[in-house]
Design a protein around this ligand. Structure first.
Ligand SMILES: [Fe+2]
Ligand SMILES: [Zn+2]
Length: 387
């Protein structure tokens, strides 16, 4: 567990029923029977009075080195379960804490566990119940936009239907979430099958692309990716594929813990080299976990590998783990395959969801997708703010 960037806010109202103290901590007993322990140092550090910072923006001016390690209250008062007021030794500084705020930030194991966001993991069966929404809903109703953000948070993916194809539509829609990212291909990139363009990106080629996360060779790969379908193939081929990287991780953790741990520990190097102008390299473990073992990020790409650079004795076990991983993420059981139609937009979290494409036939080159991306931070911010 850690302070999860998608931590759930608990909405219930709690009353304080008793407050006790010892040498280092305050014990707050709540009406539901839960007891929170708050260290004095933590409480003093989290005073948001105007002297300690700017309460409007959460900025802090207080410095923890300015109080003694054995800091103690001079007095503690609690008022009808709404606030706790502490006057501190030795300077007499006064801090007032809102009871609900305290409960929302209680760092007991049970409350931290309860706040943890749990992604909804999925496999190919998600095709029976796709996270999707009509563009009209998202554009005209806050509830529609909230639903979209919720799908992205929980499933890492959402399909938006009936998005107009006019120039600039995708751009302005994506910008309503945050600034568009500048990528190697520009801010808005046209994915059209074109032998000339295929030198620029494999996305423009006809080959089968096995699932991957984009731009794994970058320090910060794109966050939320948008694919807007403008033209589709008539005879199949060029279908989009998606795999839940978190699901793959959990299956591997269950089936082969040793392999999973190797992939969490050792780095895979990636490199993108392009017409003598770009030489980007980054190494990262396949799975990044927080301190509680929760998945934070998946980085998988067979498209831009660089030579493994690991201790000699790790090479063989690592390849064994890497092969298991690849067997899993190319297994149709975990793959959502969708033939996108003109007007379909798919948005997905590139730090969780892998995407790919089936091969495009030689006489079947009509597929046209428009691509752009926005950082994850803006989505999470919008989701927290409730719009
Ligand atoms: Fe890609
Ligand atoms: Zn203060």
């Amino acid at each position: 567990m850690s302070h999860n960037s998608l931590a759930i806010n608990l909405c219930q109202e709690y009353q304080i029923s008793q407050v006790q103290q010892d040498q280092r901590k305050l014990f707050v007993h709540w009406s539901d029977g839960h007891c929170s322990q708050f260290h004095y140092l933590w409480l003093r550090d989290n005073c948001y009075c105007p002297k300690c910072g700017d309460p409007r923006h959460g900025e802090k001016h207080f410095r923890i080195v300015d109080v003694p390690l054995d800091l103690k209250p001079l007095s503690v008062h609690w008022d009808s379960g709404k606030t706790i007021e502490i006057v501190w030794e030795p300077d007499g500084h006064q801090s007032i804490y809102d009871a609900q705020w305290l409960r929302q930030h209680c760092y007991s194991a049970t409350e931290r566990e309860r706040r943890q966001h749990r992604p909804i993991l999925w496999d190919s069966n998600i095709s029976n119940n796709l996270p999707q929404i009509a563009y009209e809903e998202v554009k005209t109703r806050d509830a529609g936009k909230s639903q979209l953000l919720k799908h992205l948070r929980d499933y890492g993916i959402c399909f938006v239907r009936n998005v107009p194809s006019n120039k600039g539509e995708l751009e302005s829609f994506a910008q309503s979430f945050g600034p568009l990212l500048e990528t190697n291909y520009g801010r808005v990139f046209e994915i059209i099958v074109d032998p000339e363009e295929s030198q620029k990106s494999v996305a423009n080629s006809q080959i089968n692309l096995i699932p991957h996360t984009d731009d794994a060779y970058q320090y910060a790969p794109p966050g939320i990716i948008f694919f807007h379908c403008l033209m589709a193939n008539k005879n199949g081929g060029g279908q989009s594929t998606f795999v839940d990287g978190f699901q793959i991780a959990e299956v591997l953790r269950q089936e082969d813990k040793e392999a999973f741990e190797l992939l969490c520990r050792y780095e895979v190097p990636f490199r993108k080299y392009y017409r003598d102008r770009i030489d980007m390299r980054f190494s990262s473990p396949v799975f990044s976990l927080d301190s509680g073992g929760n998945l934070q990020e998946v980085r998988i790409s067979n498209l831009f590998p660089a030579p493994l650079d690991l201790p000699e004795e790790i090479i063989e076990p690592f390849y064994a783990a890497y092969r298991k991983l690849m067997q899993l993420y190319t297994d149709p059981r975990y793959c959502l395959q969708q033939g996108l139609q003109p007007g379909d937009l798919v948005m997905f979290d590139n730090h969780r969801i892998m995407h790919g494409r089936t091969a495009i036939g030689i006489n079947n080159q009509r597929r046209h997708l428009r691509y752009c991306s926005v950082d994850r931070d803006y989505f999470q911010s919008a989701w927290r703010r409730g719009v």
